[in-house]
Ligand binder design. Structure first.
Ligand code: SAM
Length: 355
């Protein structure tokens, strides 16, 4: 957060602070930590950013059907292959994902901010397969909450790197602009409304880098940049992406996980969110076996290191195989949004930091 200036809360008189509640519809009994719900005005602000940046069209059904068809066929290259598809995808599916992810970041906040945030450090986060904007808006909302709660005090700014095979740059640019620009008001808006009209974050609060890369075949010249980003990350996310990567190639996805293991700093975390009950098929000695996504993931992160080296490389700090994010009723968006069920796993890199 930009230090030395006025408290961000004072900008609009709103404290985007979560409230403790015992009746949160998102509370899940399998969790060890009770969830704290996110302030409705912050959730609405996130939705408004999508609405203004991507202008969702409730009448647009033809393109939507094409995208849905490609997703159903698991033809991801086609589903994410055209600008108009990306715009429709991000305006329809990313808003509810963003709210769910905002809740997730809030839930695992203690794990992410457990290590010292050095004065003046940026809070660096890498979203793998994160081009569609859900992670970006959620992180901006979460950073706003950290600022309001004073927890982001140590961090100068939020530094987001989004890596994706599809060219989401138009979507991420529009959303970034929406996050750091106050919404347009009618010239007849009241003085009070004008005074309360602020961007979610200041321009200097957040940097966003979008890297268009195939994570399963990182080219030689792309390698350094990606590794450098992974090295500085406090958190690396794989949101609704890992199973897609496993579907394409289990071997290449495993290689990617090894790269993350080799690059990420001790103390930093890997967050995996995906559809519950995701399976992938592995071919071994000519025989095909279906494994749950989490088994493949943990075989690489946890089990192998147990047998091959004396010191484990990762520890699991949070896991839930099925959790709901339910939208609050009083939120507004031009398209109907949907509740989300997901599995979530958080792992922390073990070891001692070199510096
Ligand atoms: C189901 S979408 C999820 C998008 C976003 N993370 C979210 O949660 O809303 C999967 C994303 O992974 C990306 N992706 C798929 N294969 C990839 C690869 N080999 N390298 C990089 N990104 C990939 C897709 O382009 C897409 O943006």
């Amino acid at each position: 957060m930009a230090r030395g200036g006025k408290k961000p809360d004072a900008r609009d008189g709103k404290r985007y602070k979560s409230t403790k509640t015992g009746t949160d519809p998102n509370e899940f009994s399998g969790d060890t930590q009770p969830q704290r719900s996110i302030a409705i005005d912050l959730q609405q602000k996130c939705l408004d950013i999508f609405r203004d940046a991507l202008e969702p069209d409730p009448e647009e059904t033809a393109i939507l059907q094409e995208v849905k068809g490609h997703l159903y066929d698991r033809n991801f290259a086609a589903a994410f292959g055209k600008d108009e598809y990306l715009q429709v995808y991000a305006s329809r599916w990313s808003p509810s994902r963003a709210l769910a992810y905002l809740q997730v970041f809030q839930d695992i906040e203690a794990m992410l901010t457990a290590g010292p945030i050095k004065e003046g450090d940026d809070l660096s986060i890498v979203g793998l397969g994160g081009g569609a904007g859900g992670e970006l808006v959620a992180l901006a909302g979460w950073f706003r909450m950290l600022q309001a709660e004073g927890d982001g005090e140590g961090a100068k700014a939020l530094d987001v790197t989004l890596v994706d095979i599809a060219d989401w740059s138009k979507v991420t640019n529009s959303l970034r602009r929406g996050i750091t620009t106050p919404p347009e008001l009618s010239k007849y808006a009241s003085q009070a409304k004008k005074e309360a009209n602020h961007a979610l974050l200041n321009d200097t609060d957040m940097s966003v880098v979008f890297l268009q890369q195939n994570l399963l075949h990182v080219k030689e010249y792309e390698m350094d940049r990606l590794s450098e980003r992974l090295r500085s990350a406090r958190l690396i996310t794989l949101m609704f992406t890992l199973n897609e990567l496993y579907f394409i190639s289990v071997a290449s996805t495993t290689k990617l996980l090894h790269r993350i293991t080799n690059c990420i700093r001790p103390g930093s975390c890997l967050l995996v969110v995906d559809s519950p009950g995701s399976y992938s098929t592995v071919s071994l000695n000519g025989r095909e076996t279906r494994y749950p996504m989490r088994h493949l993931l943990e075989y690489t992160l946890l089990d192998i290191s147990k047998t091959e080296t004396a010191t484990p490389e990762w520890e699991k700090v949070f896991s839930n195989d099925s959790r709901w994010f339910r939208l609050a009723e009083n939120l507004g968006y031009p398209i109907k949004l949907e509740d989300m069920r997901y599995q979530i796993h958080v792992y922390r890199r073990l070891g001692t930091s070199a510096g």
